[in-house]
Write a protein of this length. Structure first.
Length: 331
């Protein structure tokens, strides 16, 4: 309610300013007609954005599978867009005595204050990491990049495998064969051919449904990718940064470089996040080499690198069942 009032106040202020400026310049009837048309267009688009935001909230609450739910993250809070190194890297939670609250920041927006020197957080949010840690349920996976470092694992498994925590023996064996064919006794070593074995969201579902991949589509948008990962793994649940996952689930996140490629993260035992960029090693830092604690405000802009990737859309947080709970499917 509070927010609605504030927004409409802001809107009418903006509009009346815009309007009076325009009015003083042009007084003709024709123009005022044009103006009111423009205004109603502006109003309509504002209302549309506002309603979409509301529906996204509802979507998160009810875990609906079909509504796009990527617009409740804000570009100006995201280090992918706003590389403000002096801005606090925490979400803006309230501190009242010994209590903390997100009541005034239900969109999980980033704090606007400047950092306390030598830290990543402002004076108020020095305890950011322990505040964030309230989202742990004890089923997070230990950060262990070594587990993914064997050339047949590293070179064949990608971010989707890592998100699902699925190291596939069948892929390793295929890579072994490819390697031995090319390099014989020099194996195991990283070979480019093994890279084609990387799991792709949606392929498991297609193979079950059609028995082949003839109908595969390269459709890299949050909505279509979310559909694909849930078709592969119907047990994946939508979540949020601070919500606790159910027992025997850990937290993950999906991002997209629209129409280009996808990426995934998962949460570690210590509340930091890690990821496996393509066939590279598993890491726990972002494009700024900063340890990741809040993926939706981390830096995901690699556009200065040869593959020019910028994960501009933060899709959502998810809860993924642990392997000893429900099997997940990456291939
Ligand atoms: Zn702060």
């Amino acid at each position: 309610m509070k927010k609605t009032k504030k927004q409409s106040k802001h809107q009418s202020k903006k509009q009346s300013k815009h309007q009076s400026k325009k009015q003083s310049k042009h007084q003709s009837k024709k123009q005022s007609k044009h103006q009111s048309k423009k205004q109603s267009k502006h109003q309509k688009s504002f209302l549309k954005t506002f309603l979409l935001k509301k529906s996204n909230k509802i979507n998160t609450l009810f875990n609906s599978k079909d509504i796009i739910n990527m617009l409740h993250y804000f570009q100006e809070d995201d280090n992918t867009f706003t590389k403000d190194t002096n801005r606090c890297m925490c979400i803006d939670y309230d501190v009242i005595g010994n209590d903390t609250s997100m009541e005034n920041n239900q969109d999980y927006r980033r704090c606007k204050s400047k950092v306390k020197s030598g830290t990543d957080y402002c004076e108020k949010h020095q305890d950011c990491i322990s505040f964030i840690s309230q989202n742990k349920n004890g089923f997070e996976i230990e950060y262990n990049p070594g587990e993914w470092s064997h050339p047949y694992v590293k070179g064949t498994h990608n971010c989707y495998s890592y998100f699902l925590n699925d190291i596939q023996k069948s892929i390793k064996n295929k890579c072994d064969k490819l390697c031995k064919k090319e390099f014989g006794d020099d194996c195991p070593k990283k070979t480019k051919k093994c890279g084609n074995l990387k799991p792709q969201p949606g392929h498991h579902h297609l193979l079950i449904k059609d028995g082949n991949l003839n109908n595969k589509k390269r459709d890299y948008k949050c909505s279509s990718l979310e559909k694909k990962i849930k078709q592969d793994n119907p047990s994946i649940i939508n979540s949020n940064l601070l919500d606790k996952c159910p027992k025997q689930h850990y937290k993950g996140a999906m991002v997209v470089d629209d129409d280009h490629t996808f990426h995934f993260y998962r949460m570690n035992k210590d509340s930091s996040w890690s990821h496996k960029p393509g066939t590279n090693k598993v890491i726990n830092y972002d494009a700024d080499k900063k340890q990741i604690y809040i993926p939706h405000i981390a830096n995901r802009d690699y556009s200065n690198k040869p593959n020019k990737i910028k994960y501009n859309s933060f899709c959502n947080y998810y809860c993924i069942p642990t392997n000893n709970n429900i099997q997940t499917n990456s291939i």
